[in-house]
Design a protein around this ligand. Structure first.
Ligand SMILES: [Zn+2]
Length: 406
């Protein structure tokens, strides 16, 4: 163990440099620019370290379906495989290389990879080019100690644009390219955070129908906007109090332990002298482990019984939760303690690629573990402290050492 920790310390300058290099290749999604450049650069790094590498691309004819926000841009995933000194289990390390758009109010160059006062700045510094850099260096540290088995890294696009199917981890799983005894997704849960799942989600749209009439004689029409107001009021009165009582005992990051529902956009009506015949809201429902999509849909639509409406889903995933007794969860908890920290078992309030690993690939021996914090992700001046980066990399290396010990 000491060999590995010392190796990460020795490799820390290379770790910082690698993260800076990765930040400097913008991979903003949507639409997904710079993907080929990024994969080529990371592939060169793995090639230089003696990995067998391969780039898997979504066929052009499936781009519109799997990457609807991509405007036809390529969707490459990088696979890098390394074998140990003896046969043993396969551990798969997964990370997405796409980053969310920059937004405003940055005080540093979002793609400069600036290192200042112990912090590395840039889009993806936390979420999650840090995790990809940590994967590379953790394995280099492990190699110095010796190990058995196989390590496969996947660097994938399009985690940030979700999808029931997608062009990144979803595609790899569907192609049978993600098979392993254990999977670690290096999202930024921090050196003490062990992610064992995430909330479920439905992103959807409800349109209520009314009937147009002259604005001077509203009784001749059916007002869809006013209908919607009554619907939202009923949700507030009936459903919301029930959701408030559903609270998980698990730690949640960002910290929202309840079942939630949020109506986020509304549109209706054409002009002030027409009774509106349509009103549309979009909503975002987040489900706790133990809830299910069918019930969530029924609860949401119950107040609309007998009315004319359209319902459309943009995204849906069941909640994901793996057992605390899974070997990789236990290994991660021991690794965190070895760092002198108390492990925090967490689920994500959002959803992430673990849904594909657990529900589609059927690998419940999987966790989220990586440097960085979700609180400093998707924000202006996104950043990670070098201490956090190094510590998370040590944690990852120790997990690998346990899973792949000779
Ligand atoms: Zn992420």
């Amino acid at each position: 163990m000491d060999t590995i920790l010392a190796a990460v310390d020795e490799l820390a300058p290379r770790l910082v440099e690698l993260l800076q290099e990765l930040i400097r290749i913008p991979t903003v999604n949507p639409p997904g620019d710079g993907y080929e450049d990024f994969c080529a650069a990371l592939k060169a790094t793995f090639d230089g370290l003696g990995y067998a590498t391969e780039i898997v691309r979504v066929p052009v004819e499936r781009l519109a379906e799997l990457a609807p926000f991509g405007g036809g841009r390529p969707r490459p995933s990088l696979l890098a495989t390394l074998d140990g000194q003896a046969p043993g289990p396969t551990v798969h390390l997964n990370g997405h290389y796409d980053v969310v758009p920059v937004g405003n109010d940055w005080t540093r160059d979002p793609f400069g990879g600036v290192l200042e006062d112990g912090w590395i700045y840039g889009r993806g510094a936390a979420d999650m080019k840090s995790g990809l850099a940590a994967q590379v260096i953790a394995v280099e540290a492990l190699r110095r100690a010796g190990w058995a088995g196989r390590i496969v890294h996947s660097a994938v696009p399009d985690e940030e644009t979700v999808g029931v199917d997608n062009a990144g981890t979803g595609y790899l799983v569907d192609q049978g390219r993600l098979r392993a005894d254990a999977v670690i997704i290096t999202e930024p849960f921090g050196p003490d955070g062990v992610g064992i799942g995430h909330k479920g989600a439905i992103w959807g749209e409800i349109t209520l129908h009314g009937k147009q009439a002259h604005g001077s004689s509203p009784r001749l029409g059916v007002n869809a906007v006013e209908h919607m107001a009554r619907y939202l009021a009923r949700i507030d009165a009936d459903l919301r109090p029930r959701l408030e009582t559903r609270v998980t005992e698990l730690g949640v990051t960002p910290p929202e332990p309840r079942s939630t529902l949020s109506f986020d956009t509304i549109a209706g009506g054409a002009a002030t002298n027409i009774v509106p015949d349509r009103c549309t809201v979009t909503f975002n429902r987040r489900l706790l482990p133990g809830e299910d999509l069918e019930t969530a849909r029924a609860e949401l639509l119950a107040p609309l019984e007998g009315q004319r409406y359209e319902y459309r889903e943009l995204y849906a995933t069941e909640p994901t939760l793996v057992g605390e007794d899974e070997p990789v969860v236990q290994a991660a908890c021991r690794a965190v303690r070895a760092l002198g920290l108390e492990p925090r078992l967490l689920i994500s309030a959002g959803s992430d690629d673990q849904r594909f690993v657990v529900h589609r690939a059927g690998i419940s021996n999987s966790i989220i573990y990586g440097p960085g914090t979700t609180a400093l992700s998707h924000v202006s001046d996104e950043r990670i402290s070098v201490d956090d980066l190094v510590l998370g990399t040590k944690g990852l290396a120790l997990i690998l050492a346990e899973l792949l010990s000779r």
